[in-house]
Write a protein that binds this ligand. Structure first.
Ligand SMILES: [Fe+2]
Length: 382
């Protein structure tokens, strides 16, 4: 029993640290500071079991050597109490994960996978940051999932019934995952036409890769336009240069403003939100009540604001689906004020339907039980 309680204490302690880390990574802190916080997290998570076993198991109350739990002093009662609360929190998150159901606005979902590494005969990786992660067996980073989702929305104008949007997010050009991987994904996207392309940020982690736009984003085309915002990783590079190059590639920057588009003769309003890292929230106050409203927001954390602005459809990325999803538990790491709540998927919070993409890549090229994704969305009226 003592070993079981010690195990649960370690589990609860780790849960609390991860919960804090997820929420701190939702803040607009410099990457250098966040890296230090992550290192502190790593040290505490690894050291705690050792300190617990030595401090409470072998020395002090000697709980692993037959000592009595009734003799615990206030320090160890506090430690086990806090760790216990971590276990309760973990149980809540896991139960919520399993009870989560897709909203009825998601009326169909299909997908197919493409093993890009198998097609190329090798994993498309080069020496670069976190290169070792990309070589780990069973890493799903190179198994693309092309997802097709149909959203049935009450306020969609009749003339836009059947409108199609490619939702792309979090491509993270870094160099460790090679350019040919992205070019293969683009070729797959080009097989399906759409009215709109929407990219929801985190294009780049290394400015030298900006030229990759010429054979990827620049070659995509949609009848009503290609819209983009940037994310926190772009913010850590040279965002104004990235914006310029995206615009040169034919993409429209909708950050911190509202763009009026006419699709199939029907006006819609599209805004972009890069907060809390850059700019301001887009102002929809002058948009007529009846106009369909689309929001590109890098983080799903802006959902409450989107609801207040009566956004019909909000597209986000940033959380990568957690990248590693454990059996039973689901996603673990997700940089959001809501933790893993909106790690990926479709969520209805009236009057807004939120779609969070798992994204295509990441600074850390490791995915398990969480394939990289591009999503073709079809909107239906209903
Ligand atoms: Fe990202």
């Amino acid at each position: 029993m003592a070993y079981l309680i010690f195990g649960l204490a370690v589990l609860g302690h780790t849960t609390l640290w991860i919960s804090v880390i997820n929420r701190l990574h939702a803040r607009p802190w410099p990457e250098s500071l966040l890296r230090k916080v992550r290192h502190l997290h790593d040290v505490c998570v690894l050291l705690f079991p050792i300190l617990l076993v030595i401090g409470a198991g072998w020395l002090g109350p000697q709980l692993l050597r037959g000592g009595s739990w009734l003799s615990l002093d206030w320090l160890w009662i506090t430690v086990f109490g806090v760790c216990g609360s971590g276990c309760v929190w973990l149980a809540f998150v896991v139960v919520r994960h399993w009870l989560e159901r897709s909203p009825r606005q998601l009326t169909s979902e299909t997908s197919h996978g493409i093993d890009v590494a198998a097609e190329l005969g090798e994993r498309p990786i080069s020496p670069g940051p976190y290169h070792v992660l990309a070589t780990i067996p069973w890493n799903e980073q190179f198994t693309l999932e092309v997802t097709r989702k149909t959203f049935t929305l009450p306020r969609l104008p009749e003339g836009l019934d059947g409108m199609r949007i490619w939702h792309l997010s979090d491509w993270h050009f870094l160099g460790t995952i090679e350019r040919r991987y992205y070019e293969r994904v683009v070729r797959e996207i080009q097989t399906e036409s759409a009215d709109l392309f929407c990219f929801t940020g985190d294009l780049i982690d290394r400015m030298e890769c900006l030229d990759w736009l010429d054979t990827t984003f620049a070659t995509l085309d949609a009848s009503a336009g290609k819209l983009f915002i940037l994310g926190n990783h772009d913010w850590n590079q040279r965002p104004e240069e990235v914006r310029e190059r995206m615009q040169t590639a034919g993409w429209i920057d909708v950050a911190s403003r509202v763009e009026s588009l006419t699709i199939r003769g029907i006006p819609i309003a599209v805004g972009g939100d890069e907060t809390p890292w850059m700019g301001t929230e887009p102002d929809f106050s002058s948009v007529p009540e009846s106009t369909f409203r689309l929001l590109l927001s890098h983080t799903p954390d802006n959902l409450a604001r989107a609801r207040r602005a009566k956004i019909d459809l909000m597209l986000s990325g940033h959380t990568h689906g957690g990248q590693v999803r454990l059996p039973l538990i689901g996603p673990v790491f997700s940089p959001s004020r809501s933790g893993v709540r909106y790690a990926s998927g479709t969520f209805w919070k009236s009057p807004t339907l939120l779609h969070v993409s798992r994204g295509l890549a990441g600074q850390h090229p490791l995915r398990w039980n969480c394939r990289p994704e591009v999503t073709l969305i079809t909107l239906r009226r209903g």
